[in-house]
Design a protein around this ligand. Structure first.
Ligand code: KIV
Length: 281
């Protein structure tokens, strides 16, 4: 595989060439290295870390400082993949100036190559301002988890017609606004697959779907869903490619048994006392 860094022009080229783009969330150095080695094109340091790493019910409590901290770890582990830093709730909605300052922190202190933010029409000026200082922006429309209280849960968007938030025509308007503002890609989350297909055909920038069907230019999954870290629940749109959560419980359980039974550590893991030095040594 080509080990050259994935760049913004390369992501655009992939859409033109019909090459599917892969994105996975990463939150630390260990997984960034593994996902990078696997050939994932884009590592998203998502504010989903609020739920899958920190254990909150929503992404809303995540702070910009926390995002910078996690982005820095991921950036150190990614040699090929593009690192996307997610702007958390409250770090960009205040004003376009606030958004630019927050985006600069993710790039300068976090080492991200670009930033992502949620919202369409309402974020047009904000995206344009960030893009105007040459920070590449990924948009995010459809289900926007930072709007969870307005939406009333993590629900599929664009199923009904209408231009009010959540309506099919509104999702299209949001996606067009993101492109017009200068974003270089857009995440489509939890919308019907025909709507995602229409948006993908309409936009010249790549669409990256999560719960948006097969017709997007790329796909994104949350790491914990992909590798099976979440025991209790996997979203319907996700696919578990491994059961690492169960494997961790099995391995740690075996360790507990071996320590309690005096099996671990064995001779092989023990240091012997130093042999007395021979005369003259
Ligand atoms: O924060 C995140 O992980 C995301 C993905 C679900 C796209 O925004």
């Amino acid at each position: 595989m080509d080990k050259k860094r994935v760049t913004v022009p390369e992501i655009g080229r992939m859409k033109g060439a019909g090459e599917r783009i892969t994105m996975v969330t990463a939150y630390d150095w260990t997984f960034a290295r593994l996902l990078d080695e696997a050939g994932v094109d884009m590592l998203l340091v998502g504010d989903s870390l609020g739920m899958v790493v920190q254990g909150h019910d929503t992404t809303l409590p995540v702070t910009l400082d926390e995002m910078v901290y996690h982005t820095r770890m991921v950036a150190r582990g990614a040699t090929r993949a593009m690192v996307v830093g997610d702007l958390p709730f409250g770090s960009y909605q205040g004003s376009p100036d606030q958004a630019v300052q927050s985006a600069i922190r993710l790039i300068k202190d976090g080492g991200a190559h670009c930033v992502k933010l949620e919202g369409g029409v309402a974020m047009e000026e904000t995206i344009a301002r960030i893009a105007s200082v040459d920070i590449p922006v990924v948009g995010h429309v459809g289900l926007t988890p930072q709007s969870v209280h307005r939406i009333g849960g993590h629900r599929v968007q664009g199923r009904r017609h209408g231009s009010t938030p959540g309506g099919r025509e509104r999702v299209i308007e949001d996606a067009k606004a993101v492109e017009a503002a200068g974003a270089f890609a857009v995440v489509l989350e939890c919308i019907p697959l025909d709507l995602a297909a229409e948006i993908t055909a309409t936009l010249s920038i790549p669409t990256i779907g999560i719960g948006a069907g097969v017709h997007c230019d790329g796909q994104v999954l949350v790491l914990h869903d992909l590798v099976g870290f979440n025991d209790a629940w996997t979203p319907r749109f996700a696919k578990r490619y491994a059961e690492l959560g169960r494997e961790v419980v099995r391995a740690a359980g075996e360790y507990v048994q071996e320590v309690k039974g005096g099996v671990f550590p064995s001779e092989a893991q023990a240091f012997q006392p130093q042999k007395p030095a021979a005369v003259g040594e």
